[in-house]
Design a protein around this ligand. Structure first.
Ligand SMILES: [Zn+2]
Ligand SMILES: [Zn+2]
Length: 270
């Protein structure tokens, strides 16, 4: 019998939180995805959605957790000071990140006056930081293989792949499609995955120039090239309201069957 492999979206926005009446159904918190592989749990990025993920985890018996960070932009780390497992002395957390100094450094930078009232000493969990660079492969728990590749993004960002029990998930939260070499590398990296979670921040008619992000059309092209089984559009623009995302969901599913627009609170089975 196939073992449990799920992805739950806790935050699906990019760039900035967007909490207003137009973002109720898709959610306004920024990037955070929980992945469960059998009895091991991982969290992809600690954007604003990490606050609610942390609360959900705090209700369970402590279990080892692996964090995979893509990069240190605010929308991917703003939930760090509010992530409840960091405040539990019995928590055991492995943090894989491209940020020099990892979670320890991020906590020191984010949790200090005048920006934050409590210092990083509040994070009493046992956190092991490991540096991740493109091409690195880790096995945080038996049978859970995690690898990373470089995405095209201002200051750099990692894309992550999780392979477990014959299935795979690829997470490309912030990536500007268009550079042939990087796109080829990422297509190879994501080849044959069961779920591709991909940056779809930009409107299709984005003005020319560098944006650091992709449109949903570019995400669909990436999914086709990688022959991904399913595509989840992610990292929604803060001004993309529910009705707009509904229209996108309809259009994208017609263009590339199996495509969905990620929504906070949604769990996908792989
Ligand atoms: Zn972002
Ligand atoms: Zn970014």
């Amino acid at each position: 019998m196939a073992r449990r492999f799920t992805a739950t979206f806790w935050g699906v926005r990019g760039s900035a939180p967007a909490m207003d009446g137009t973002t109720v159904r898709y959610g306004g918190d920024t990037s955070c995805v929980e992945v469960v592989c059998g009895d091991h749990r991982l969290a992809l990025d600690l954007g604003g959605g990490a606050r609610r993920l942390g609360l959900a985890l705090a209700d369970r018996p402590p279990a080892p957790l692996t964090l995979l960070l893509s990069h240190a932009h605010y929308d991917h780390v703003m939930g760090l000071p509010f992530f409840a497992p960091f405040r539990q002395a019995e928590a055991r957390i492995l943090a894989l990140s491209p940020v020099e100094g990892g979670v320890a450094r991020l906590a020191a930078e984010l949790m200090r006056r005048p920006f934050f009232p409590v210092g990083p000493e509040a994070l009493v969990a046992r956190i092991v930081d490991l540096h991740a660079a493109p091409g690195a492969v880790f096995e945080p728990a038996e049978g859970v293989v995690v690898s990373c590749a470089g995405a095209a993004h201002d200051g750099g960002a990692l894309a992550w792949r999780i392979d477990f029990d014959g299935r795979s998930l690829v997470y490309v939260p912030d990536h500007e499609a268009g550079d042939a070499q990087t796109d080829r590398t990422l297509a190879h990296f994501a080849a044959g995955c069961d779920l591709l979670i991909h940056d779809a921040t930009l409107p299709e008619a984005a003005p020319r120039g560098r944006h650091g992000h992709s449109s949903w059309g570019a995400a669909a092209l990436a999914a086709r090239r990688a022959e991904a089984r399913r595509l989840a559009l992610f990292h929604h623009h803060p001004e993309a309201g529910d009705d707009q995302l509904d229209r996108l969901a309809h259009q994208a599913a017609e263009t590339l069957p199996g495509t969905l627009v990620a929504r906070a609170g949604q769990t996908l089975d792989l």
